[in-house]
Design a protein around this ligand. Structure first.
Ligand code: ADP
Ligand code: MG
Length: 763
């Protein structure tokens, strides 16, 4: 009996957990399972002798349109075809099981076929075939294709996709001859469980692609395995050919995922190997200025000018940066920390290290406003230390700009803060040693590289040196906390420092969930008490105007006074509060649909203390800094995402007073509970990730361009961790990938990412 016709596999085994993995067996097992194969099965299994060159064969195709269609899909060779993965698989049906109106794919054999004239004018004759599988027969109808009578004579095996009427008729929308698979008994239509569906294109249908793949079954034997047996055994992954076969020809519902998982692992592993090798190459490359002298200016600044003690995280980040800077290899470090976590202080320390060695440092921000803010913060932080610094943006007047450029070139200016204006071609540094780049994802890679290229005046001529791209120490800063697993995918080739703690003196905002009217009354009680103390408050609503339809559609919203679900709208809420809970207090409205001047006025009124309560939409997420505000009530909090709630909450707790945040919403909501128990943005990002993987936020996830072809994040985060660990282990034992065991992996790395990816790392 052939191996493929073997019995149904046993129930799913837990796949791949490095710790809990069962001992690796020595006897061969079936695909993605643990059942050992019997001797007879092993003998009957096809012997594979991979010859990958055979995958380079051009695809042979019927018809010009199909050729064009396949070209659109990027399919030219047999190898391309095998890598063209199904977008999903649908259950294949048997004839007997077809229900009325059901769209389905069946594999059948033709018993008889004939054409029949259609009465309506200008319609070509109809073709009707009696087709059957192991479970029964039916009458299949093909429209407008009289030639099929010749093409599909009796005994032809067909794949048909179409719609059943449930009474023995089947309207065919796509059809193609079915190939007999390896080891499948000819003449006996298989009753398969799943049929792969492929991304198709004009001229070629999914069903046609399936038959092409079926026709190339033998080619699966030519696929080479790039993972070592050790890795596959440890991670419990099927071999590459089986994984692809499982996706193209699923035998049951879990086959496609088992296959996908293996291919995703491979994709992630290769990416992590690329990252780690890039890093190793960078480390091996000298060229940056080693800043290794004992601190002078920076030490004085920390001791005398800095008005506060550094947090533990800040000190740790500074120590890591000092160590990076002391090397002749260029630093590439990412500093993650929420707004207010004290990144600028850390960056300034690094910049002063450059300055005290007689070099220059630059800080680049994505917008003019941010650049101005940074410049002001730096000047304030510098205190009494006199360090020559300037601000350069698009708005800098020409005369001033010329002056700044001259001083950068002469070295008279030590620190420069700016926007893209810093990377204009005529900006030349005498000796740039450090670039700090804020919110780097907002810059294009090109722009980043241009600053980092460090066009030192002295080096401008010698372009035949190594890659000039990374000769300047670089510190990237981001305020978006990214959980480790995701940062591996995005920043796997850089070192990361994270600021978790908020600076001392900042107290976490006490957060509670308000589930009903009584609790809401208590929340407003507290709010009024704070106002009585002279403090201020925010009330945040999800909508600007009342929208009756949305209210009805929102079953989770807290019941209003009339018992009906209410989605709070800022405009109406302001009126309601004025009459009710907050009668007699000064209230103002702030939302995105207001004119800029009105917004400005509202914010100023609040900042000055004239207005006590700001009733707002999420516009307050950005830019409001009123340390006297100590209470925030967020209506319909379940409508917001975790990070949004966290950002909103960050608007209070900025001063010396204890602050409170009330989340009005269902007390059971996981997101709200997360906010109530954690204040660390990183922790919350992790929880967010977990909840998302459970699908709680399906639909809200941005489906921007995909980073991976097969892997999916965050779902595959655990797989990414495995891949990272494996990549580290492989490169630790064989950094040059010179071992025979790694030859195919190195080849694949090169094929996917280019020559450089597997280039030797200089000793
Ligand atoms: P970020 O750049 O991460 O948003 P900043 O460096 O601008 O944060 O710091 C935010 C505020 O906190 C600044 O006013 C800064 O002076 C202050 N700050 C930073 N570090 C500390 C600290 N260790 N102790 C007290 N205040 C600090
Ligand atoms: Mg800052």
């Amino acid at each position: 009996m052939p191996a493929r016709a073997a019995q149904r596999p046993p129930p799913a085994v837990p796949v791949s957990s490095r710790e809990g993995a069962a001992p690796v067996r020595s006897a061969p097992t079936e695909f993605a399972g643990t059942r050992e194969l019997a001797r007879a099965e092993l003998l009957a299994a096809p012997v594979r002798w991979p010859r990958p060159s055979r995958l380079e064969r051009a695809l042979v195709l019927p018809g010009k349109r199909a050729v064009a269609g396949l070209r659109t899909l990027g399919l030219e060779t047999v190898g391309d075809l095998l890598e063209h993965l199904p977008s999903d698989s649908r259950e294949a049906r048997t004839v007997a099981a077809l229900g009325p109106g059901e769209q389905a794919t069946v594999t059948v054999e033709v018993r008889s076929i004939a054409s029949r004239p259609v009465r309506r004018r200008r319609m070509r004759p109809l073709v009707e075939a009696v087709v059957f599988d192991a479970t029964g027969s039916m009458r299949a109808t093909f429209f407008n294709q009289p030639w099929l009578v010749e093409r599909y004579p009796p005994k032809t095996r067909l794949l048909l996709h179409g719609k059943s009427d449930g009474r023995g008729r089947f309207n065919v929308s796509h059809h193609a001859p079915a190939q007999t698979g390896i080891g499948e008994p000819a003449g006996e239509p298989p009753a398969g469980d799943s049929v792969a569906h492929y991304p198709a294109a004009e001229g070629v249908t999914s069903t046609q692609i399936l038959t092409l793949v079926q026709g190339e079954r033998a080619a699966f034997g030519d696929i080479v395995e790039i993972l070592s047996a050790r890795a596959r055994a440890a991670e419990r992954l099927p071999d590459r050919a089986s994984a692809l076969a499982a996706m193209h020809f699923p035998r049951d519902q879990r086959d496609p995922e088992l296959g996908r998982r293996r291919l995703a692992y491979e994709e992630l592993l290769l990416m992590q190997m690329l990252f780690l090798r890039r890093r190793a190459q960078r480390h091996a490359r000298a060229g940056a200025t080693a800043l290794a002298e004992p601190p002078t200016l920076s030490a004085r600044w920390r001791e005398h000018a800095l008005p506060f003690a550094l947090t533990g995280d800040q000190s740790r980040a500074i120590a890591q940066i000092d160590e990076d800077l002391a090397q002749a290899r260029p630093m590439q470090r990412l500093l993650m920390g929420e707004v207010g976590s004290g990144k600028t202080v850390v960056a300034l320390h690094a910049m002063l290290r450059a300055v005290e060695h007689g070099h220059q440092a630059a800080l680049m921000a994505p917008t003019e406003t941010l650049a101005e803010q940074h410049f002001a913060t730096l000047q304030a932080l510098l205190g009494g230390e006199s360090v020559s610094a300037a601000l350069l943006t698009g708005a800098t007047p020409a005369r001033r700009r010329a002056d700044i450029l001259a001083k950068l070139a002469s070295g008279e200016l030590s620190l420069i803060v700016g926007t893209h204006a810093l990377i204009e071609p005529d900006v030349v540094f005498r000796s740039l040693a450090l670039a700090v780049i804020d919110e780097q994802h907002r810059f294009g890679v090109r722009q980043r590289e241009r600053l980092v290229q460090g066009r030192h005046g002295a080096q401008a001529g010698s372009s035949d040196t190594d890659d000039p791209e990374e000769t300047v120490h670089t510190l990237h800063m981001t305020a978006t906390p990214i959980p480790r697993t995701l940062s591996l995918a995005r920043y796997g080739d850089v070192e990361v420092s994270a600021l978790h703690e908020l600076p001392s003196g900042r107290r976490p905002v006490r957060t509670s969930i308000v589930g009903g009217e009584a609790e809401r009354a208590a929340a407003y009680e507290r709010l009024r008490a704070e106002l009585a103390e002279g403090r201020q408050a925010f009330v945040v609503c999800p909508l600007i105007e009342e929208d009756p339809e949305a209210a009805d559609a929102e079953p989770q919203a807290v019941a209003g006074a009339d018992g009906r679900a209410v989605l709070r709208a800022a405009t109406a809420e302001l009126e309601r509060l004025r009459e009710g809970e907050l009668a007699g207090y000064e209230l103002a409205l702030l939302h995105g649909a207001m004119r800029p001047r009105e917004k400005q006025e509202a914010m100023e009124a609040f900042a000055s203390g004239r207005v006590q309560v700001l009733v707002a939409t999420t516009v307050i997420e950005v830019g409001i800094d009123v340390p006297n505000a100590t209470v925030m009530v967020i209506e319909n909090a379940e409508r917001f995402g975790i990070s949004q709630l966290h950002q909103l909450r960050g608007r209070v707790g900025r001063g010396e007073h204890r602050s409170a945040c009330f989340l009005v919403g269902p007390p059971g909501a996981a997101r709200l509970r997360a906010l109530a128990s954690h204040s660390d943005g990183f922790k919350l990002a992790e929880i967010d990730l977990e909840l998302r993987s459970e699908g709680e936020l399906i639909g809200t996830r941005q489906s921007g361009q995909r980073q991976f072809r097969i892997a999916r994040l965050p779902e595959d985060a655990p797989l990414l961790e495995l891949a990272r660990g494996r990549a580290e282990a492989i490169l630790a034992s064989d950094p040059q990938l010179g071992e025979p065991e790694h030859a195919l992996l190195a080849g694949e790395l090169q094929r996917r990412y280019g020559e450089d990816a597997a280039a030797p790392i200089p000793g």
